[in-house]
Design a protein around this ligand. Structure first.
Ligand SMILES: C[S@@+](CC[C@H](N)C(=O)[O-])C[C@H]1O[C@@H](n2cnc3c(N)ncnc32)[C@H](O)[C@@H]1O
Length: 202
């Protein structure tokens, strides 16, 4: 049962997925409030969110900033929900949402100024491939910004105990970012969660 719930956070589907999505909208609103200003969004920036889920983050950005924001998510339910939430912005061509697995997608290289993700890193069983893919789609000097809960917090939550969640230590994430070739790596911890920032080197 706990494995079933953990899997719903990895890839929401069906009725339970809808409930999980509502929980995430409420539970992760503050994390989006924390992360979005860190993106330092400029006019005409091109952004990509990996694992947009319910689409709340994309919606906030499109509502308050003059930029283009895309997203990719491999849950069909989340694709439908996020598309509904962002209908107006999609019609205005400010938002583009893709349905697919980021790890196997064919996103064009060197196209984004900023890439971000919240609560997605746990579902990557290793970090070399995702980080190198992120680096390849960023423009030179482009920014990667991620939110990740502290492993102590994850360890307190029952449904993360099933092997679906990878509970990375911050030092390991920083090492892997460095190995992938990112520069200016920094992070800060607040309320048991990290905001991690780095740049694709010029
Ligand atoms: C825990 S939810 C987080 C949703 C939202 N970012 C938040 O913090 O509220 C993880 C999301 O990432 C998506 N996801 C996980 N791995 C993915 C992958 N490899 N490619 C695309 N989407 C992925 C899931 O479908 C899900 O919507």
């Amino acid at each position: 049962m706990l494995g079933f719930i953990g899997n719903q956070f990895r890839k929401p589907s069906g009725l339970v997925g809808r409930v999980v999505s509502r929980i995430m909208v409420k539970g992760n609103s503050h994390e989006y409030d924390r992360l979005i200003p860190e993106l330092d969004i400029k006019k005409n920036d091109r952004l990509l969110e990996i694992g947009y889920g319910h689409g709340m983050g994309v919606e906030r950005i499109a509502s308050y900033y003059d930029c283009n924001v895309s997203g990719i998510d491999f849950s069909e339910l989340m694709f439908r929900e996020a598309s509904k939430r962002n209908r107006k912005h999609i019609q205005n061509k400010r938002v583009e949402l893709y349905f697919g697995n980021f790890l196997t997608s064919e996103l064009a290289q060197n196209q984004y100024d900023k890439v971000f993700c919240l609560n997605v890193i746990y579902f990557w069983d290793e970090l070399d491939k995702p980080f190198s893919r992120i680096k390849s789609i960023l423009k030179d000097g482009g920014l990667l910004c991620m939110y990740m809960a502290h492993r102590d917090l994850l360890n307190k939550v029952k449904f993360t105990k099933d092997g679906i969640f990878n509970k990375y230590d911050i030092a390991e994430v920083v090492d892997k970012l460095r190995f992938a070739g990112f520069k200016e790596i920094s992070y800060n911890l607040e309320n048991s969660g990290y905001i991690i920032k780095c740049r694709r080197s010029l």
